[in-house]
Design a protein around this ligand. Sequence first.
Ligand code: ARG
Length: 614
Amino acid sequence: MNDLKRSLSEAAAAAFQAAGLSPDFGRVTASDRPDLADFQCNGALAAAKSAKRNPREIAVQVVEQLKADPRLASVEIAGVGFINMRVSPAALAARADEIAADERAGASLLADPRRVLVDYAGPNVAKPMHVGHLRASIIGESIKRLYRFRGDQVVGDAHFGDWGFQMGLLITAVMDEDAFIAALMDKLPDAPRDFSDADAAKVRAEFAGRVTLADLDRLYPAAAARAKEDAEYRDRARKATADLQNGRFGYRLLWRHFVEVSRVALEREFHALGVDFDLWKGESDADPLIAPMVRQLEDKGLLVEDQGARIVRVARPGETKKKKKLPDGSVIEVESPDPLLVVSSEGSAMYGTTDLATILDRRQSFDPHLILYCVDQRQADHFEQVFRAAYLAGYAQPGGLEHIGFGTMNGADGKPFKTRAGGVLKLHDLIEMAREKARERLREAGLGSELSPEAFEETAHKVGVAALKFADLQNFRGTSYVFDLDRFTSFEGKTGPYLLYQTVRIKSILRKAAEQGAQGGPVIVAEQAERDLTLLLDAFEGALSEAYDKKAPNFVAEHAYKLAQGFSKFYAACPILGADDPAVRASRLTLAQTALKQLELALDLLGVETPERM
Ligand code: ARG
């Protein structure tokens, strides 16, 4: 099943070919003058240039061909050679019927599905999530859903940050604070062999009673701040990190405990945000692969010694050098991009090392054609290094790794959003803030008064989350935007709550229709508003394929918004149950049902849930 834009493009391509020109000129787009036409093709102008002919002459030839197309009510030349097309009411009605009968609401499936892994959210043990993680979660979830909906086999992985220096910091902080645990660490044997599972469980129970999530939340920021000032402390934390990575048994047990405590809390928060992962793997899962990988990189001649560290050079010959200032004030030229640091001079694996090894892990387990890393744009250099190293080592096919970067969510000061106290935002608090504002907004609008207290809460939650998600996803991901909860939660304008409200409104119209026993029927396209709505329904496929190709959910968000608006206009102009003619009533009911189905699908792809009532 093809959307009109695509099938008209095919017809235009054939017409260009018949005129002895490349079919590529036959690209049809939605008209930018909807008052004059539904679709347009500007190919005659480009064709004229390349064939050194008169554009109008070419347009005349193409139009002659297209006129035979029964779907077109009119084909006209405008200006120097633009071709304007209007679709016949019958062809529009047939397309609307097709979309109405289709459970995918007119969206096609990929001919060539792939295995795609989406790496997103990337929360860290104990470190509070910042706005970058929020955006990564929202955008990544949407891309995962979009890819899956189009037919790819998709796995979403949280890629939990459970292995870096912050783990050593926490171990150090806990041991400093809790003499019992410190003593226990000294007592624990180093060889897990002489330690039964029951013994391990006992130790873990001990930790559970002594180290809670609140402790981690409190200890981490203090430890991170201290490590910045205090070199001796930093060295101890580094040593603890290395010991943990080298397998010190007591540290591993303690670390397991940190990971579990954090994970439970994070999963709860993500769930509240409507973000769910298929895989909850961590950086630590790549650890067993690191040693063999380092050997392999060495064998391939990719690993180079550099001031005690081991690196992979990723800059290509002749690539831009960048200037670097040395501590003594002199300036030297260094290669750009920077090399990938694989093993630090202290012998530790770095962030890039785990990312490289994770590619190997993913290849073994899922063998993805494509890995999408939905991570803050500020990590672009990191990914450039990792990807280049992976291609050099043959760990992925060129193009098989892609960084889906995004801008920041800023505060009114234009800097990445912080809480009033200047701290990083906690997802939990953000959701609660949005929910509170949603409650207020609902009451203000006189909504939800007929709901039970529980249903009201659930609706407020959905409205709050929709506000956050839609505010994020309506922008192209690369764009930064300003956090403005008042605007995000408004029931007017381009907002999540507006979309939910429109959706609930259609649901209520359809409930009323069902109570009256009204039934849908074949679509009739007579009024302008019926035409417009049908064209919007037809444009779903185009919006999805653009969002897919550009890895940019804003095209889906834009479609959802236009559709909600289009329905609203349609409903104002075309009474449904009030229509006199039963055939018209049935047709409009079908249009309403179809609009709802498509709107809910689009919102679902954005990760937005709709309530039944408001
Ligand atoms: N945990 C990282 C951070 O907070 C993000 C992880 C992104 N994914 C990746 N494969 N590196 O910055």
